[in-house]
Write a protein that binds this ligand. Structure first.
Ligand SMILES: Cc1cc2nc3c(=O)[nH]c(=O)nc-3n(C[C@H](O)[C@H](O)[C@H](O)COP(=O)(O)OP(=O)(O)OC[C@H]3O[C@@H](n4cnc5c(N)ncnc54)[C@H](O)[C@@H]3O)c2cc1C
Length: 396
């Protein structure tokens, strides 16, 4: 049975995994997903497990929840729901200003992974050929053969770049697809320079912290809008516990503002101990300040992590949702092409799968426009997701 043309997907985040699944649905099942993640795919939608005094705790250390406002994405969500990978976060979510919490009554449905956000990529990867812990370092378009040579992994008819930032830039620099390479050039900053026609990515610090007792706050997740250092905090224990909380441990995920990310930027793989100490103490102090208490219980676990290429501040203009160059069978998908959130990444992956399918079947041989024109992404919050989405998802 024909499995269609072969496709190499470089990046096993939401965009790459959704793209590979949609390709399979369309009859192109000869797809290999390469992902660097050692513990599992997912990229910026993942969880960290830590043994704290004999208890295994889960922290969602990147994406916190997602919303649905796109009907194509709703089908993906429906699949995740049928597979039991997601649930609705029923805890109180809202905003925190000067110690005062206001519930977001417009937030119709906030979805989370059933036992952590990593359940989402795990479920999407179930039926795919994913090469885990695999770094694709070199790709070359062999024009005469009309194929992509991917490292030592062989030749593929199509190449999908499903990641962004420096990695994509480096990967494409000698690939023989100049127009696509131009798009992957990146600038790291916390604010947009509209004259600079590159993708802008910001950096965010995450603090994972476990307290020996409950902070007894009346919310489970809050966007913080008026603090220099803190942009989000969430009670992982309550979020993932289904109401069965351990009174001895309460685990929180805290995100910095992007300005804080720029100010304390360093190599994310090699954080100098001095920076780690300072970031930890400033973020803990920030938590104390934004929840409006005089002191916090002494944490029994803390860890800071830098998301160096956290979220795009701008997205590609033109509304195409993905980029495809039919002259050399290469496409790009990811949140930076649509909207910097789970839904945005998924929609981009879906759009690229359709493009490749149409190209492979000869239905449409054209490329998408690949001018490096960016516009500011909507919203200021992490993920810039549509929290007041009008679409209410129904079980199918
Ligand atoms: C701190 C933080 C909080 C967020 N919170 C939310 C939220 O609450 N809600 C929401 O909707 N969105 C949120 N987002 C945004 C959301 O996580 C992203 O928009 C989405 O996950 C992006 O998916 P992606 O597939 O485009 O990219 P990624 O998730 O970045 O996936 C790219 C993958 O490619 C891999 N890769 C890179 N280079 C190579 C290579 N050379 N070879 C092989 N593999 C490679 C990477 O390891 C990664 O796994 C948050 C992001 C961050 C950083």
């Amino acid at each position: 049975m024909s499995r269609g043309p072969s496709v190499a997907v470089i990046g096993g985040g939401i965009a790459g995994l959704v793209c590979a699944n949609r390709l399979a649905q369309l009859g192109i099942s000869n797809v290999v997903v390469f992902d660097t993640g050692r513990h599992g795919p997912g990229g910026r939608c993942s969880s960290r497990h830590v043994n704290i005094s004999g208890r295994l705790q889960t922290f969602d250390h990147s994406a916190q929840y997602f919303t649905v406002s796109d009907s194509r994405f709703a089908k993906v969500v429906s699949y995740l729901d049928r597979k039991g990978a997601i649930k609705i976060w029923h805890g109180k979510l809202g905003t925190l200003k000067r110690g005062k919490f206001t519930e977001d009554k417009n937030l119709t449905q906030a979805f989370i992974g059933k036992t952590g956000m990593e359940d989402i990529p795990k479920c999407l990867a179930e039926t795919l050929n994913v090469k885990q812990g695999t770094w694709a370092g070199n790709v070359v378009w062999e024009g005469t053969a009309g194929k992509w040579n991917v490292d030592r992994h062989g030749m593929f008819d199509y190449l999908v770049i499903a990641h962004n930032g420096k990695c994509a830039d480096k990967l494409m620099s000698n690939a023989g697809a100049a127009a696509v390479h131009k798009l992957t050039q990146v600038r790291f900053s916390d604010r947009l320079n509209p004259k600079d026609k590159r993708m802008h990515l910001c950096s965010i610090w995450a603090l994972l912290v476990c307290f020996p007792k409950s902070l007894e706050l009346k919310f489970e997740g809050a966007h913080v809008f008026d603090d220099e250092d803190i942009s989000w905090l969430a009670n992982n224990t309550a979020k993932l516990s289904n109401g069965h909380q351990s009174p001895q441990q309460e685990c929180w995920t805290v995100f910095s503002t992007r300005q804080f990310g720029t100010k304390h930027k360093c190599s994310q793989e090699n954080i100098p101990p001095g920076v780690e100490r300072e970031v930890k103490s400033r973020l803990l102090e920030g938590v104390r300040r934004v929840i409006g208490v005089t002191c916090l219980p002494e944490p029994i676990y803390t860890r800071v992590q830098l998301w160096g290429a956290a979220v795009p501040l701008n997205v590609l203009q033109g509304g195409e949702e993905c980029v495809f160059d039919g002259r050399c069978n290469v496409g790009i998908c990811g949140d930076w092409l649509t909207s910097p959130c789970i839904q945005g990444a998924a929609v981009s992956g879906l759009a690229l799968a359709e493009k490749i399918h149409k190209h492979a079947t000869g239905e449409n041989k054209s490329s998408t426009s690949i001018l490096p024109e960016f516009k500011a992404a909507d919203g200021e919050v992490i993920g810039a997701f549509p929290t007041n989405s009008q679409m209410v998802f129904h079980k199918t």
